[in-house]
Design a protein around this ligand. Structure first.
Ligand code: TPP
Ligand code: MG
Length: 394
Protein backbone atom coordinates (compact mmCIF):
# COMPACT_ATOMS: atom_id res chain seq x y z
CA UNK A 1 0.00 0.00 0.00
CA UNK A 2 1.22 3.47 -0.84
CA UNK A 3 2.19 5.61 2.17
CA UNK A 4 -0.05 8.68 2.55
CA UNK A 5 1.82 11.91 1.88
CA UNK A 6 2.02 14.65 4.49
CA UNK A 7 -0.28 17.58 3.77
CA UNK A 8 1.32 20.60 2.13
CA UNK A 9 -0.93 23.62 2.68
CA UNK A 10 -0.42 25.16 -0.77
CA UNK A 11 -4.15 25.56 -1.50
CA UNK A 12 -5.68 27.60 1.34
CA UNK A 13 -9.10 26.00 0.75
CA UNK A 14 -7.84 22.42 1.06
CA UNK A 15 -8.15 20.39 4.22
CA UNK A 16 -5.91 17.49 5.20
CA UNK A 17 -7.41 14.02 5.30
CA UNK A 18 -7.07 11.98 8.46
CA UNK A 19 -4.24 9.96 6.89
CA UNK A 20 -2.45 13.12 5.85
CA UNK A 21 -2.66 14.51 9.38
CA UNK A 22 -1.18 11.29 10.74
CA UNK A 23 1.55 11.32 8.05
CA UNK A 24 2.33 14.94 8.88
CA UNK A 25 2.63 14.14 12.56
CA UNK A 26 4.93 11.22 11.81
CA UNK A 27 7.05 13.66 9.82
CA UNK A 28 7.16 15.92 12.85
CA UNK A 29 8.29 12.99 14.99
CA UNK A 30 11.28 12.35 12.76
CA UNK A 31 12.31 15.99 12.62
CA UNK A 32 11.32 16.16 8.94
CA UNK A 33 13.37 16.67 5.79
CA UNK A 34 13.72 20.43 6.34
CA UNK A 35 15.78 19.95 9.47
CA UNK A 36 18.99 22.02 9.33
CA UNK A 37 21.93 19.93 10.54
CA UNK A 38 25.67 20.67 10.49
CA UNK A 39 26.83 17.94 12.85
CA UNK A 40 25.18 14.52 12.58
CA UNK A 41 24.35 12.41 15.64
CA UNK A 42 27.38 10.30 14.62
CA UNK A 43 29.59 13.37 15.00
CA UNK A 44 30.26 14.06 11.32
CA UNK A 45 30.34 17.62 10.06
CA UNK A 46 27.94 18.17 7.17
CA UNK A 47 27.15 21.18 5.02
CA UNK A 48 24.07 23.25 4.38
CA UNK A 49 24.52 25.90 1.70
CA UNK A 50 22.14 28.30 3.46
CA UNK A 51 24.01 28.31 6.75
CA UNK A 52 27.61 27.24 6.08
CA UNK A 53 28.73 30.87 5.98
CA UNK A 54 27.46 31.28 9.55
CA UNK A 55 29.59 28.43 10.90
CA UNK A 56 32.68 28.73 8.67
CA UNK A 57 34.71 30.36 11.45
CA UNK A 58 33.96 27.57 13.91
CA UNK A 59 37.09 25.43 14.10
CA UNK A 60 38.54 23.13 16.73
CA UNK A 61 39.00 25.82 19.41
CA UNK A 62 35.47 27.20 19.00
CA UNK A 63 33.97 23.69 19.08
CA UNK A 64 35.94 22.90 22.22
CA UNK A 65 34.54 26.05 23.81
CA UNK A 66 30.97 25.05 22.85
CA UNK A 67 31.60 21.56 24.24
CA UNK A 68 32.88 23.04 27.51
CA UNK A 69 29.83 25.31 27.75
CA UNK A 70 27.47 22.37 27.30
CA UNK A 71 29.25 20.11 29.80
CA UNK A 72 29.28 22.83 32.46
CA UNK A 73 25.65 23.75 31.82
CA UNK A 74 24.63 20.10 32.08
CA UNK A 75 26.60 19.66 35.30
CA UNK A 76 24.96 22.74 36.83
CA UNK A 77 21.57 21.40 35.74
CA UNK A 78 22.19 17.97 37.29
CA UNK A 79 23.34 19.64 40.48
CA UNK A 80 20.14 21.71 40.58
CA UNK A 81 18.14 18.50 40.29
CA UNK A 82 20.15 16.83 43.07
CA UNK A 83 19.83 19.85 45.37
CA UNK A 84 16.05 19.72 44.98
CA UNK A 85 16.06 16.03 45.86
CA UNK A 86 18.12 16.85 48.96
CA UNK A 87 15.53 19.39 50.07
CA UNK A 88 17.72 22.42 49.38
CA UNK A 89 15.52 23.75 46.54
CA UNK A 90 11.74 23.85 46.31
CA UNK A 91 11.73 22.85 42.67
CA UNK A 92 14.16 22.53 39.76
CA UNK A 93 13.39 22.85 36.07
CA UNK A 94 15.76 20.53 34.18
CA UNK A 95 17.15 21.18 30.72
CA UNK A 96 18.86 17.80 30.16
CA UNK A 97 19.12 17.32 26.38
CA UNK A 98 18.48 20.95 25.47
CA UNK A 99 22.08 22.13 25.98
CA UNK A 100 22.83 22.53 22.26
CA UNK A 101 19.70 24.55 21.53
CA UNK A 102 20.50 26.92 24.40
CA UNK A 103 24.27 27.20 24.07
CA UNK A 104 24.19 27.37 20.26
CA UNK A 105 21.61 30.17 20.23
CA UNK A 106 23.04 31.86 23.32
CA UNK A 107 26.54 32.07 21.84
CA UNK A 108 25.09 33.62 18.67
CA UNK A 109 23.97 36.65 20.68
CA UNK A 110 25.99 39.84 20.90
CA UNK A 111 26.31 42.10 23.90
CA UNK A 112 23.88 44.66 22.42
CA UNK A 113 21.13 42.02 22.04
CA UNK A 114 18.37 41.24 24.53
CA UNK A 115 17.10 37.77 25.46
CA UNK A 116 13.74 36.94 27.00
CA UNK A 117 13.77 33.46 28.61
CA UNK A 118 11.00 31.23 29.90
CA UNK A 119 11.91 29.29 33.08
CA UNK A 120 14.33 26.69 31.65
CA UNK A 121 16.99 28.76 29.90
CA UNK A 122 19.86 28.06 32.30
CA UNK A 123 22.13 27.48 29.30
CA UNK A 124 21.30 30.86 27.77
CA UNK A 125 21.81 32.48 31.19
CA UNK A 126 25.28 30.92 31.22
CA UNK A 127 26.05 32.42 27.81
CA UNK A 128 24.90 35.84 29.04
CA UNK A 129 27.49 35.62 31.83
CA UNK A 130 25.05 34.87 34.64
CA UNK A 131 26.66 32.59 37.18
CA UNK A 132 24.52 29.48 37.88
CA UNK A 133 24.51 30.41 41.60
CA UNK A 134 22.29 33.34 40.63
CA UNK A 135 19.58 30.93 39.46
CA UNK A 136 19.39 29.07 42.74
CA UNK A 137 17.49 31.74 44.67
CA UNK A 138 14.55 31.49 42.28
CA UNK A 139 14.18 27.78 42.92
CA UNK A 140 14.86 28.09 46.66
CA UNK A 141 12.18 30.74 46.84
CA UNK A 142 14.45 33.46 48.16
CA UNK A 143 14.40 35.83 45.19
CA UNK A 144 12.93 36.32 41.74
CA UNK A 145 16.24 36.27 39.87
CA UNK A 146 18.57 38.95 41.05
CA UNK A 147 20.61 39.68 37.95
CA UNK A 148 20.63 43.05 36.23
CA UNK A 149 18.59 42.49 33.03
CA UNK A 150 19.87 45.60 31.30
CA UNK A 151 23.54 44.90 32.02
CA UNK A 152 23.35 41.20 31.11
CA UNK A 153 20.88 41.46 28.21
CA UNK A 154 18.86 38.76 29.91
CA UNK A 155 15.32 39.38 31.15
CA UNK A 156 14.09 37.67 34.36
CA UNK A 157 12.63 34.18 34.03
CA UNK A 158 8.94 34.07 33.09
CA UNK A 159 6.81 31.24 34.46
CA UNK A 160 3.56 32.29 32.77
CA UNK A 161 3.61 30.32 29.53
CA UNK A 162 4.23 32.45 26.46
CA UNK A 163 3.94 35.75 28.32
CA UNK A 164 7.53 36.76 27.61
CA UNK A 165 6.67 36.87 23.89
CA UNK A 166 4.67 40.02 24.52
CA UNK A 167 7.49 41.60 26.53
CA UNK A 168 10.00 40.62 23.86
CA UNK A 169 7.84 41.98 21.06
CA UNK A 170 7.42 45.28 22.85
CA UNK A 171 11.15 45.49 23.50
CA UNK A 172 11.98 44.68 19.87
CA UNK A 173 9.43 47.24 18.64
CA UNK A 174 11.27 49.75 20.83
CA UNK A 175 14.56 48.83 19.18
CA UNK A 176 12.91 49.52 15.84
CA UNK A 177 11.29 52.82 16.94
CA UNK A 178 14.61 54.03 18.36
CA UNK A 179 16.42 53.26 15.08
CA UNK A 180 18.69 50.67 16.67
CA UNK A 181 18.20 48.45 13.62
CA UNK A 182 20.01 48.60 10.28
CA UNK A 183 23.73 48.16 10.79
CA UNK A 184 24.94 44.53 10.46
CA UNK A 185 27.58 45.12 13.15
CA UNK A 186 26.06 47.49 15.66
CA UNK A 187 22.38 46.83 14.99
CA UNK A 188 20.39 45.36 17.87
CA UNK A 189 18.17 42.29 17.97
CA UNK A 190 16.01 40.48 20.52
CA UNK A 191 15.50 36.77 21.02
CA UNK A 192 12.53 35.20 22.76
CA UNK A 193 12.56 31.62 24.10
CA UNK A 194 9.44 29.51 24.51
CA UNK A 195 8.32 25.90 24.22
CA UNK A 196 6.16 23.92 21.82
CA UNK A 197 3.24 24.05 24.24
CA UNK A 198 3.51 27.83 24.42
CA UNK A 199 2.64 28.03 20.72
CA UNK A 200 -0.96 27.29 21.74
CA UNK A 201 -1.05 30.40 23.95
CA UNK A 202 -2.64 33.60 22.72
CA UNK A 203 0.31 35.67 23.93
CA UNK A 204 2.62 33.95 21.43
CA UNK A 205 0.24 34.59 18.54
CA UNK A 206 -0.21 38.22 19.53
CA UNK A 207 3.56 38.50 19.65
CA UNK A 208 3.81 37.04 16.14
CA UNK A 209 1.21 39.48 14.79
CA UNK A 210 2.69 42.60 16.36
CA UNK A 211 6.28 41.70 15.62
CA UNK A 212 5.37 41.13 11.96
CA UNK A 213 3.24 44.27 11.67
CA UNK A 214 6.07 46.43 13.05
CA UNK A 215 9.01 44.56 11.39
CA UNK A 216 10.40 44.04 14.87
CA UNK A 217 13.98 42.70 15.10
CA UNK A 218 12.85 39.63 17.00
CA UNK A 219 13.95 36.01 16.78
CA UNK A 220 11.23 33.73 18.13
CA UNK A 221 13.18 30.70 19.37
CA UNK A 222 10.90 27.73 20.02
CA UNK A 223 12.51 24.78 21.75
CA UNK A 224 10.27 21.99 20.59
CA UNK A 225 10.92 19.16 23.02
CA UNK A 226 7.70 17.58 21.73
CA UNK A 227 5.91 17.69 25.06
CA UNK A 228 4.10 20.32 27.12
CA UNK A 229 4.26 18.45 30.43
CA UNK A 230 2.08 15.41 29.52
CA UNK A 231 0.56 16.85 26.33
CA UNK A 232 2.31 15.61 23.18
CA UNK A 233 3.00 17.86 20.21
CA UNK A 234 0.38 16.02 18.15
CA UNK A 235 -2.27 17.68 20.35
CA UNK A 236 -0.89 21.16 19.67
CA UNK A 237 -0.53 21.36 15.91
CA UNK A 238 -1.37 19.89 12.54
CA UNK A 239 1.67 21.31 10.81
CA UNK A 240 5.33 21.47 11.86
CA UNK A 241 5.67 24.50 14.10
CA UNK A 242 8.19 26.37 11.94
CA UNK A 243 5.62 26.44 9.11
CA UNK A 244 3.32 28.58 11.21
CA UNK A 245 5.57 31.59 10.62
CA UNK A 246 4.45 31.71 7.00
CA UNK A 247 0.91 32.56 8.04
CA UNK A 248 2.20 35.63 9.86
CA UNK A 249 4.41 36.66 6.96
CA UNK A 250 7.91 35.93 8.20
CA UNK A 251 10.34 33.05 7.65
CA UNK A 252 10.43 29.95 9.82
CA UNK A 253 13.34 27.51 9.99
CA UNK A 254 13.55 24.12 11.66
CA UNK A 255 16.96 23.30 13.08
CA UNK A 256 18.27 20.18 14.77
CA UNK A 257 18.09 21.36 18.37
CA UNK A 258 20.64 18.74 19.43
CA UNK A 259 23.23 20.11 17.01
CA UNK A 260 25.06 23.00 18.66
CA UNK A 261 26.76 24.06 15.43
CA UNK A 262 23.51 24.22 13.48
CA UNK A 263 21.79 26.10 16.33
CA UNK A 264 24.66 28.61 16.40
CA UNK A 265 24.64 29.11 12.62
CA UNK A 266 20.88 29.39 12.20
CA UNK A 267 20.54 31.78 15.14
CA UNK A 268 23.42 33.94 13.86
CA UNK A 269 21.64 34.14 10.51
CA UNK A 270 18.29 34.96 12.13
CA UNK A 271 19.84 37.64 14.36
CA UNK A 272 21.57 39.16 11.34
CA UNK A 273 18.25 39.27 9.50
CA UNK A 274 16.78 41.12 12.47
CA UNK A 275 19.79 43.39 12.99
CA UNK A 276 19.59 44.54 9.37
CA UNK A 277 15.85 45.14 9.42
CA UNK A 278 14.46 41.87 8.03
CA UNK A 279 12.87 40.59 11.23
CA UNK A 280 11.05 38.85 12.68
CA UNK A 281 12.14 35.22 12.22
CA UNK A 282 10.90 31.99 13.82
CA UNK A 283 13.36 29.21 14.68
CA UNK A 284 12.01 25.84 15.72
CA UNK A 285 14.76 23.89 17.47
CA UNK A 286 13.68 20.28 17.27
CA UNK A 287 14.88 18.58 20.44
CA UNK A 288 13.95 16.38 23.36
CA UNK A 289 14.31 16.76 27.09
CA UNK A 290 15.64 13.57 28.63
CA UNK A 291 14.22 14.40 32.04
CA UNK A 292 10.83 15.28 33.49
CA UNK A 293 9.16 18.65 33.05
CA UNK A 294 10.22 19.67 36.57
CA UNK A 295 11.24 17.83 39.73
CA UNK A 296 7.51 17.87 40.63
CA UNK A 297 6.70 15.80 37.53
CA UNK A 298 7.19 12.12 36.71
CA UNK A 299 7.47 11.74 32.94
CA UNK A 300 7.45 7.93 33.14
CA UNK A 301 3.69 8.21 33.70
CA UNK A 302 3.08 9.48 30.16
CA UNK A 303 6.25 8.97 28.07
CA UNK A 304 7.54 5.67 26.74
CA UNK A 305 10.99 4.62 27.93
CA UNK A 306 11.82 3.71 24.29
CA UNK A 307 11.48 7.34 23.27
CA UNK A 308 14.01 8.47 25.86
CA UNK A 309 16.41 5.69 24.84
CA UNK A 310 16.18 6.80 21.20
CA UNK A 311 17.01 10.40 22.09
CA UNK A 312 19.98 9.38 24.21
CA UNK A 313 21.56 8.32 20.91
CA UNK A 314 21.16 11.90 19.69
CA UNK A 315 22.80 13.40 22.78
CA UNK A 316 23.97 16.93 21.93
CA UNK A 317 27.18 16.72 23.95
CA UNK A 318 28.21 13.27 22.81
CA UNK A 319 28.11 14.17 19.12
CA UNK A 320 30.52 17.08 19.65
CA UNK A 321 32.80 14.87 21.73
CA UNK A 322 32.89 12.22 19.00
CA UNK A 323 33.65 14.87 16.39
CA UNK A 324 36.43 16.39 18.50
CA UNK A 325 38.06 12.99 19.02
CA UNK A 326 37.57 11.35 15.63
CA UNK A 327 37.83 14.26 13.23
CA UNK A 328 39.97 16.75 15.11
CA UNK A 329 42.16 14.46 17.21
CA UNK A 330 41.49 16.27 20.48
CA UNK A 331 43.29 14.50 23.32
CA UNK A 332 41.84 13.00 26.49
CA UNK A 333 43.55 15.72 28.55
CA UNK A 334 41.08 18.26 27.26
CA UNK A 335 38.08 16.15 28.27
CA UNK A 336 39.59 15.41 31.67
CA UNK A 337 40.13 19.13 32.20
CA UNK A 338 36.50 19.97 31.39
CA UNK A 339 35.34 17.14 33.65
CA UNK A 340 37.41 18.46 36.56
CA UNK A 341 36.08 21.95 35.94
CA UNK A 342 32.49 20.71 35.95
CA UNK A 343 33.01 18.86 39.25
CA UNK A 344 34.45 22.02 40.79
CA UNK A 345 31.40 23.95 39.57
CA UNK A 346 29.09 21.39 41.18
CA UNK A 347 30.91 21.70 44.51
CA UNK A 348 30.70 25.49 44.31
CA UNK A 349 26.96 25.34 43.60
CA UNK A 350 26.32 22.93 46.49
CA UNK A 351 28.29 25.01 48.96
CA UNK A 352 26.68 28.24 47.81
CA UNK A 353 23.19 26.77 48.01
CA UNK A 354 23.62 25.33 51.50
CA UNK A 355 25.02 28.61 52.80
CA UNK A 356 22.34 30.80 51.23
CA UNK A 357 20.78 32.94 53.93
CA UNK A 358 17.00 33.05 54.15
CA UNK A 359 15.85 36.59 53.51
CA UNK A 360 14.15 38.49 56.31
CA UNK A 361 10.39 39.13 56.17
CA UNK A 362 11.00 42.70 54.91
CA UNK A 363 12.49 41.33 51.67
CA UNK A 364 9.10 40.75 50.05
CA UNK A 365 8.43 44.49 50.19
CA UNK A 366 11.65 45.50 48.48
CA UNK A 367 11.92 46.24 44.76
CA UNK A 368 8.17 46.12 44.27
CA UNK A 369 8.33 49.40 42.34
CA UNK A 370 11.27 51.24 40.82
CA UNK A 371 10.51 54.27 43.03
CA UNK A 372 9.75 54.20 46.78
CA UNK A 373 6.03 53.85 47.51
CA UNK A 374 4.49 55.18 50.78
CA UNK A 375 1.85 52.42 50.70
CA UNK A 376 4.39 49.61 50.39
CA UNK A 377 6.55 51.21 53.09
CA UNK A 378 3.56 51.42 55.45
CA UNK A 379 2.74 47.77 54.79
CA UNK A 380 6.35 46.79 55.49
CA UNK A 381 6.38 48.67 58.82
CA UNK A 382 3.09 47.09 59.87
CA UNK A 383 4.30 43.61 58.95
CA UNK A 384 7.63 44.01 60.74
CA UNK A 385 5.83 45.26 63.86
CA UNK A 386 3.58 42.21 63.70
CA UNK A 387 6.64 39.96 63.45
CA UNK A 388 8.33 41.76 66.32
CA UNK A 389 5.28 41.06 68.49
CA UNK A 390 6.40 37.39 68.56
CA UNK A 391 9.83 38.24 69.95
CA UNK A 392 10.66 36.16 72.97
CA UNK A 393 8.09 33.50 72.14
CA UNK A 394 9.34 29.96 71.55
C1 TPP B 1 -0.48 30.58 31.32
C2 TPP B 1 0.00 29.32 31.93
N1 TPP B 1 -0.78 28.21 31.82
C3 TPP B 1 -0.36 27.04 32.38
C4 TPP B 1 0.83 26.97 33.04
C5 TPP B 1 1.31 25.65 33.64
N2 TPP B 1 2.41 25.13 32.83
C6 TPP B 1 3.68 25.27 33.21
S1 TPP B 1 4.76 24.63 32.08
C7 TPP B 1 3.50 24.14 31.07
C8 TPP B 1 3.80 23.41 29.78
C9 TPP B 1 4.66 24.20 28.84
O1 TPP B 1 5.11 23.42 27.76
P1 TPP B 1 6.10 24.01 26.70
O2 TPP B 1 5.68 25.37 26.27
O3 TPP B 1 6.25 22.99 25.64
O4 TPP B 1 7.46 24.20 27.49
P2 TPP B 1 8.47 23.10 28.08
O5 TPP B 1 8.29 23.15 29.56
O6 TPP B 1 8.16 21.79 27.47
O7 TPP B 1 9.83 23.60 27.70
C10 TPP B 1 2.27 24.47 31.62
C11 TPP B 1 0.97 24.15 30.99
C12 TPP B 1 1.58 28.16 33.15
N3 TPP B 1 2.77 28.20 33.77
N4 TPP B 1 1.15 29.32 32.57
MG1 MG C 1 7.70 21.54 25.44
Amino acid sequence: MEEPQAWVPSDPRSRPSHDQVVAGLKGIDEGGPELVQLLTPEGERTTDHRFDAYSADVGAEELKALYRDMVLVRRADREGNALQRQGELGIWVPLLGQEAAQVGSGRALRSQDMAFPSYREHGVAWCRGIDPTELLGIFRGTDHGAWDSAATGFHPYTIVIGNQCLNATGYAMGQRFESKVGDPDTGEATICYFGDGATSQGDVHEGFVWAAAYDAPLVFFCQNNQWAISVPLSRQTRVPLYQRARGYGFPGVRVDGNDVLACLAVTRWALEECRTGNGPVLIEAFTYRMDSHTTSDDATRYRLADEVELWKLKDPIERVRVHLVRSLGVSQDFFDGVEAESEALAVRLREYCRAMPSPGPERMFSEVYAEPSPQVEAQREEYLAYHASFDGEA
